[in-house]
Design a binder for this molecule. Structure first.
Ligand SMILES: Nc1ncnc2c1ncn2[C@@H]1O[C@H](COP(=O)(O)OP(=O)(O)OP(=O)(O)O)[C@@H](O)[C@H]1O
Length: 396
């Protein structure tokens, strides 16, 4: 069943409209306080908007305006909400917990037990059926909670950070199981983890300050982000600026050589491409990007595109950035197709088996050994280099 949602709540400065197609999984990502839980709460019937409308396949969940006030009770919505913590009934066995939904929907005791057994098998918890929740590990309890949510046969499944409370060792197998059981089921998953978004969702909506900031197919949004928050979340550096031949002129006045992944009309009048920034190189050379070809229209005719106002964005993966120490006398070399820029280390943090080096504008992932060799610390002057072919340029 497809879902339509459009609601406002002034007390939380919330104003969001979205749709979820039948069988689609939508991931909702955003910083703390962005409005993600408010969205789920409104759909589940736990929070009442000031005004708005939501329906599942035309069946109204709420329809609120000055002259209308329809709002279905939570248990009649066909919506299941799975929270970060499993919240199982402590006095019931695992099987009775899972059978609870079907029983409340009117199934006979035998039918409800059959359905519970089906979902226990699906979530690989069948052997735990006779245990009490207190006898389960965190991962087992979350599997049972997933079984319980699905046994109620919801038309819309809401997952609120379903893996956040789990051990990192347990999360991958549960994520895989979740991916299997929510396939082709209309689902909204709130998460902070881009891996959840990549593996579970078809589409993402990025929210901030109670509004949608950007949205689209998961890969498109996370690999070519337009908002700084999305870039941070996806772990890439984001550069914004003006399109110039061979790359972009950043808002800080640094020229970066880049290739484009989408068709971005090039600037004609290359004279504007002078880099005024503190450090620069490479972009003025004929890099992998050919400005003349890019300024041709689809039918092959040359088209003039003004540089002014033509904004572009570029994403750069931290693993593509090489770090060196910078001496006082350093000046950018004249290198073709490789960007070499100056930066200052802001902080260093562990990132898997690498160290994430944050500078005032770009991020690099390097080995702990290299951090030690370069004797890096916050405040260290560094030189960052990265190939033009690693700078993914796309329209802003
Ligand atoms: N019970 C409440 N009463 C009033 N305002 C609230 C309440 N809960 C949240 N808010 C406010 O509503 C806004 C949205 O909060 P919400 O909990 O929906 O954000 P979130 O994106 O889920 O954040 P998090 O990632 O921290 O869970 C925030 O400004 C928050 O301070």
């Amino acid at each position: 069943m497809s879902v339509r949602f459009d609601a406002r709540l002034r007390a939380r400065d919330f104003d969001i409209a979205l749709e979820v197609a039948d069988g689609e999984t939508l991931a909702v990502l955003g910083p703390n306080g962005a409005g993600k839980s408010t969205l789920l709460g409104m759909l589940a019937g736990l929070i009442r908007p000031d005004d708005g409308h939501a329906d599942i396949g035309g069946r109204i969940l709420f329809d609120l305006a000055e002259d209308r006030s329809t709002s279905l009770a939570p248990h009649r919505r066909g919506v299941a909400l799975l929270a970060q913590e499993p919240l199982l009934f402590p006095h019931l066995t695992v099987r009775a917990n899972v059978a609870f939904g079907p029983r409340s929907l009117g199934a006979s005791r035998a039918d409800a037990a059959d359905r519970a057994d089906h979902w226990l098998a699906e979530t690989e918890t069948f052997e735990l059926a006779d245990r009490k929740p207190e006898e389960l590990s965190g991962g087992q309890a979350q599997r049972v909670a997933i079984a319980r949510a699905l046994a109620a046969e919801p038309q819309l499944l809401l997952l609120d950070e379903p893996l956040a409370a789990l051990d990192v060792a347990v999360a991958p197998t549960i994520r895989r199981m979740l991916r299997r059981v929510i396939a082709h089921r209309t689902t909204i998953v709130v998460t902070h983890d881009p891996l959840d978004a990549y593996l579970l969702s078809d589409r993402v909506v990025i929210v901030g300050g109670g509004r949608i900031v950007e949205q689209g197919p998961t890969r498109d949004v996370l690999e070519r982000p337009r908002a700084q928050f999305t870039a941070q979340l996806a772990g890439v550096s984001l550069l914004t600026g003006l399109r110039v031949p061979g790359g972009l002129l950043t808002d800080d006045g640094v020229t970066i050589a880049a290739v484009e992944s989408h068709r971005v009309p090039a600037a004609t009048g290359a004279a504007t491409a002078t880099a005024a920034g503190p450090v620069t190189r490479a972009a003025q050379s004929t890099g992998p990007f050919d400005p003349v070809r890019a300024s041709e229209s689809d039918d092959g005719h040359h088209t003039a595109h003004p540089v002014v106002g033509l904004r572009v964005t570029a994403a750069l993966r931290p693993s593509a950035v090489h770090v060196d120490r910078r001496s006082v006398a350093w000046s950018p070399p004249d290198s073709d197709g490789v960007n070499v820029v100056a930066a200052t280390v802001r902080d260093l943090e562990p990132h898997g088996d690498l160290v994430r080096v944050r500078t005032e504008w770009l991020v690099a992932d390097i080995t702990p050994g290299r951090v030690a060799d370069l004797d890096l610390a916050p405040g260290s002057p560094v030189v960052l280099s990265f190939a033009a072919t690693d700078v993914d340029l796309y329209p802003a």
